[in-house]
Write a protein that binds this ligand. Structure first.
Ligand SMILES: O=C(O)c1ccccc1N[C@@H]1O[C@H](COP(=O)(O)O)[C@@H](O)[C@H]1O
Length: 221
């Protein structure tokens, strides 16, 4: 099971995720709600430069204009872009044309069963779908799980890798993986303690995610 740890705001956060064994680290840029963990593209680039091999830097943003998305990827040196807010498949294609090497992840917010169709709509344009939670005033980073039955249905019906996020913790991630069978898992709030990234919770999250029994399912079509 692949694991992304999101909300990397400092070199200490970076070291915590790398030491825990994360496969990817997320940098929050161009975020529309208040978050203590947002960084500038330049700060993300400095942290990305410090990553060892086999750990992917991911730009996570609410920005939606292709020119803005291209700009933050270029400036942050991230190799994966996670688009949290509403864009069209055509917008994604425009970003991909400008940055052919880029892996593009589209977040889909699982509010009800309509998320299944939404995920399938983006599966052709994005390289992966990320299933997250949203509230009235936050699109991502809520710390709140959503209906994993819907997430499991999306995994069954989507032809691209599906990443499960939204309220995951070291305590629930094994059950989440058993029920949803995602390609990867992604967490921010759940590995904090008293509002700060916690090394033991981060390590436990990775260990528990990797220990979950997941039957092999092909993600290469
Ligand atoms: O993590 C955030 O603060 C955040 C802010 C704005 C957009 C996306 C954000 N994070 C993404 O949301 C998931 C789930 O977060 P959480 O574990 O429920 O706190 C996170 O993994 C990022 O992909």
């Amino acid at each position: 099971m692949r694991v992304k740890i999101c909300g990397t705001a400092t070199f200490a956060d970076l070291a915590c995720a790398v030491t825990a064994g994360a496969d990817a680290v997320g940098f929050l840029m161009g975020i529309t709600h208040v978050t203590q963990d947002a960084v500038t593209p330049e700060a993300a680039a400095a942290m990305a430069a410090a990553l060892p091999p086999f750990v992917e830097p991911v730009a996570v943003t609410h920005l939606t204009k292709p020119t803005d998305l291209i700009r933050i990827v270029d400036a942050s040196h991230c190799t994966t872009l996670q688009i949290q807010d509403m864009v069209t498949p055509e917008d994604i294609a425009e970003v991909r044309e400008a940055l052919p090497y880029l892996r593009i992840v589209k977040a889909v917010h699982v509010m009800d069963a309509s998320a299944v169709a939404t995920a399938k709509d983006f599966a052709g344009a994005a390289d992966a779908i990320l299933l997250d939670t949203r509230t009235v005033d936050r699109i991502g980073g809520t710390g709140i799980p959503h209906d994993w039955n819907i997430s499991a249905k999306i995994v069954e019906e989507c032809l691209v890798p599906v990443i499960l996020a939204g309220g995951l913790t070291p305590e629930n991630v094994t059950e989440a993986i058993r029920r949803v069978r995602p390609y990867a898992v992604d967490v921010h709030t759940g590995v904090k303690k008293n509002g700060v990234r916690d090394a033991e919770r981060t390590r436990a999250f990775v260990v528990n995610a990797r220990s979950a029994p997941v039957p092999h399912t092909s993600i290469m079509g």
